[in-house]
Design a protein around this ligand. Structure first.
Ligand code: DI6
Ligand code: FE
Length: 405
């Protein structure tokens, strides 16, 4: 009798969405040693492959584990009061210029210890995991001192040790100008370039560097200095760009080979072309669009025409998207931005992984890490169509079933 190894597992009769395409037949999926070892149409499956494998599941829809490629999950406090102010007509920019907004979260986050930030962030992470996330990007950006930015990044890394999830970290030191640098934005950018980026790189705390290129953030010239420093330290580049206005931040990011430009509601055709040429992913954040009640739509049709890959992420943050439900983002990407359900699901799997520079993730293909979700639905499009918790039957991380209902 062969011994039954738990490292070898089989799923039978599953509908597979591989991250880019939906396979039309019921499939058999074999996972071994943390990787996808085989993928066959069920009727072509040779039972010899099943030897030593435990049957881990039958039926349902299998997708890659969801990749949330843009979050600000680590922060203290909340901004429900500002939500009420905005409903009364005060704009996000007015609140920011009056010292609220991001700076209000900065005050709370600076005052919090690492353990307090872990305690505040874990429920948010758990909400993402319960909705199928296996990889999450987490940005700093509410510290804005060297010590507080590194504290946030350490918390993000620790979250990845506390839960079965891959955490990719991004240094967003250029998120807002801290009050102690008022009127000295260039000096603050020097701090980011000369101290924050080198320290984060030296401690291995950041995988990428992001900027907020905006009137209430940093100018393209300042962002460019930050990109040069990031490149000098071998870190990948991302941008919050064209969210509230068009400053050309996406084209700048693309010129520096950015992995992604995110938000991009105000992106123009020149920016789309630059992103297409550089292979920069467009990360769509319908949660922020929804919460800010924006009306300027990202140029979806142009992105399609130029073949720019589109990812969808939660932007989970205390100000513009206090929402920790990626499948709701798929729904909003369809209803608000008119993505097709398949584009939305690709956007939360293969394309999101691309936005993190992880071409090995977000796909169900032989050899790829076995980060998978099994859903109790009839077809993948339902993940975008219906907004409903509790449809996740299993979450598989590195080949292990880490959640089962
Ligand atoms: N744009 C956003 O939507 C988030 N950051 C950014 O640059 C919002 C962050 C916040 O309001 O706390
Ligand atoms: Fe963001």
């Amino acid at each position: 009798m062969p011994t039954q190894s738990t490292s070898k597992q089989l799923w039978r009769d599953v509908q597979v969405f591989d991250g880019l395409v939906q396979l039309s037949e019921a499939m058999t999926v074999l996972v071994e040693d943390g990787r996808i070892a085989g993928l066959w149409p069920a009727r072509e499956f040779n039972e010899a492959h099943a030897e030593g494998a435990a049957c881990a599941g039958r039926g349902g829809v299998m997708t890659p584990g969801l990749v949330d490629c843009h979050t600000h999950l680590v922060y203290a406090g909340n901004r429900a009061g500002e939500f009420e102010q905005r409903l009364e007509g005060v704009s996000y920019e007015e609140i920011a210029r009056a010292g609220g907004g991001i700076l209000s979260s900065v005050r709370a986050t600076r005052a919090a210890s690492e353990d307090e930030l872990i305690a505040a962030s874990l429920p948010r992470l758990d909400a993402l995991l319960a909705d199928g996330v296996t990889t999450v990007e987490i940005k700093s950006g509410y510290g804005l001192t060297v010590a507080d930015e590194l504290k946030m990044l350490r918390v993000a890394r620790r979250l990845g040790q506390l839960r079965p999830v891959r955490v990719i970290t991004t240094l967003l030191g250029a998120h807002a100008l801290p009050p102690e640098y008022a009127g000295r934005a260039d000096d603050y950018v020097s701090l980011v370039c000369d101290e924050m980026i080198p320290a984060a790189a030296a401690e291995g705390l950041a995988d990428a560097v992001d900027v907020f290129c905006e009137g209430i953030g940093f100018s393209p010239a300042q962002c460019e200095r930050i990109y040069q420093a990031a490149k000098a330290h071998g870190l990948a580049i991302k941008a919050h760009a064209e969210q509230l206005s068009n400053l050309g931040g996406s084209a700048l990011a693309a010129r520096y080979g950015a992995l992604s430009a995110d938000h991009i509601e105000y992106l123009d055709e020149a920016g789309v072309r630059a992103m297409a040429e550089a292979g920069t992913v467009a990360v769509l954040l319908p949660g922020a669009f929804h919460v800010l009640r924006e009306t300027q739509l990202p140029p979806i049709e142009l992105l399609r025409q130029y073949g720019v890959p589109m990812a969808v992420a939660s932007d989970a943050n205390p100000g513009t998207s206090p929402i920790c439900m990626p499948t709701l983002m798929a729904n909003l990407a369809c209803t608000l931005f008119r993505l097709t359900p398949r584009e939305a699901l690709s956007g939360m799997t293969a394309q999101a992984a691309r936005a993190l520079g992880r071409l090995d993730l977000g796909r169900i293909e032989v050899g790829a890490p076995a980060d998978l979700c099994l859903w109790d639905i009839q077809q993948p499009a339902e993940l975008a169509y219906a907004v409903q918790a509790g449809r996740l039957r299993q979450r598989v991380f590195k080949g292990e079933v880490v959640y089962a209902r």
